[in-house]
Design a protein around this ligand. Structure first.
Ligand SMILES: [Zn+2]
Length: 454
């Protein structure tokens, strides 16, 4: 949608906000939840339901025409020159065009770069008064803003920096073929899909256990600068129903405490420095002893299919799980442990065996690369090697096994104890309030889906 030629008098900011609301509610639902700040202590969640107002079209009789300003927005194209961009913005101003051609800052930001939203403010005679564009600078939660302005001395340009604001979005979907197909359908960014897979990486093997009909609801942040969406933030809460079993999670970061240093000198989770994490809505940590899968879920690994019979398991019966993935895909340790073996073994090719607590071992075979050495400690999620086709394998894939006391065990049956980081007593009320808000938000997200189903 291109918003152009809107006549705006006196209230450009308000109009920008309305336009942003129009863009953001593109799915049809006029909704919005809270601004969840990362600091949960400052989280009085507001339900904001802002009606979209008609833009003022009729020019009031007392309008001072000398003061009339026109605002137009356009998106840059890679083929743009100073002249084509200004023309699309409705600017007819030779001095502005000359400045845009010669000013290094403005050129760098606007010319030859596709997809940047640019707003021009012009006089009623289409001469340029001000031009601005925003982009995510990926540093410390800030965005950059180019401002090109007419002054008494001619045009000047500058780049400013300002904090991004996070707004919450609700979405839901149902798995028909794959998680990414479902998130694409729901217009959910890829980074949110992979975050969801990460959050439940201790509970659900997204490569192997998804079923048609599994469904999810998610509340996530979009990062905005001056009301314009500039990036994707964090998943705030999510519910995933896998094979009829419901998993829920919410982001929680304990607020820094001023006066609750425990008498015994021990630290607790509410002390400042809590980096935050995902919890069930009952307050249990979602960290588990083992990850459900040794490969990170991604668009690539989720669509890579084995083109051959995965392996010539002729030397013994196949005891393991095979994950198809391109050669070079990162292999991660499913749990904390120590490297028991790293090298070559007959049919397994390059293989890593990790020793975990309670006589659990995990096995990663056919690797193209080994990143660890015997005796080395590894932590959960650590990149220990890469997928390959070494040994008796007819195509790239990861052969993975659990062994308990030396006996192969079906990964589905591995006990997944929580690694609990208990919430402190002082944190619990804040957590409970946020959990209640998340329940409401997730219910709203889920109802959007049923509303969409015809
Ligand atoms: Zn295998």
């Amino acid at each position: 949608m291109t918003v152009s030629s809107q006549i705006i008098h006196q209230h450009p900011k308000r109009i920008t906000a309305v336009i942003a609301a129009l863009l953001l509610s593109g799915g049809g639902g006029a909704f919005a939840v809270a601004s969840f700040a990362p600091d949960a202590a400052q989280l009085p969640v507001r339900e904001v339901l802002e009606p979209v107002q008609a833009l003022p079209i009729i020019v009031p009789a007392d309008l001072d025409l000398q003061a009339l300003k026109l605002f137009r927005s356009e998106v840059t194209r890679s083929s743009d020159t100073a002249d084509t961009l200004l023309k699309r913005l409705g600017v007819d101003d030779a001095a502005a065009a000359a400045f845009l051609r010669s000013d290094a800052t403005a050129r760098q930001v606007l010319i030859g770069r596709a997809g940047r939203n640019v707003t021009a403010e012009t006089s009623e005679r289409n001469s340029l008064l001000k031009l601005s564009a925003r982009w995510n600078s990926d540093t410390n939660g800030k965005f950059n803003r180019l401002v090109l302005e007419k002054t008494a001395r001619g045009f000047v340009s500058r780049v400013e920096s300002a904090p991004l604001t996070a707004t919450s979005h609700l979405a839901s979907g149902t798995i028909q073929t794959s998680l990414f197909a479902a998130t694409d359908e729901a217009k959910i960014p890829d980074s949110i899909a992979t975050q969801v897979a990460d959050i439940f990486s201790g509970d659900i093997d997204f490569h192997r256990s998804l079923r048609k009909g599994d469904h999810f609801s998610v509340v996530y942040e979009t990062l905005e600068g001056d009301g314009e969406p500039l990036g994707t933030g964090r998943v705030l809460s999510v519910e995933f129903v896998n094979k009829g079993k419901t998993f829920q999670a919410m982001w929680f970061q304990a607020p820094p405490t001023a006066n609750t240093a425990p008498a015994n000198g021990a630290t607790n989770v509410a002390d400042s420095g809590d980096k935050g994490g995902y919890y069930t809505l009952d307050g249990q940590s979602l960290r588990h002893t083992f990850l459900a899968a040794p490969l990170k879920f991604s668009r690539i690994t989720s669509t890579f299919k084995m083109r051959f019979h995965p392996i010539l398991h002729v030397w013994k019966k196949h005891e393991g799980v095979d994950y198809a993935a391109p050669t070079g895909t990162e292999v991660r340790s499913v749990g904390d442990g120590v490297v028991d073996f790293a090298g070559v073994q007959n049919g397994y090719g390059n293989i890593i065996i990790l020793q975990h607590r309670n006589n659990y071992k995990t096995v990663y075979a056919h690797l193209s690369r080994i990143n660890v050495r015997k005796g080395e400690s590894v932590s959960q999620g650590q990149n220990i090697g890469a997928v390959g086709a070494t040994g008796w394998a007819t195509g790239p894939h990861l052969h993975f096994e659990y062994r308990i006391n030396g006996v192969y065990t079906d990964p589905q049956n591995i006990a997944r104890e929580n690694v609990t980081t208990p919430l402190s007593d002082s944190t619990k009320p804040v957590f409970a309030r946020l959990a209640a808000e998340n329940r409401v938000a997730l219910a709203a997200a889920a109802s959007m889906q049923s509303g969409n189903v015809q």
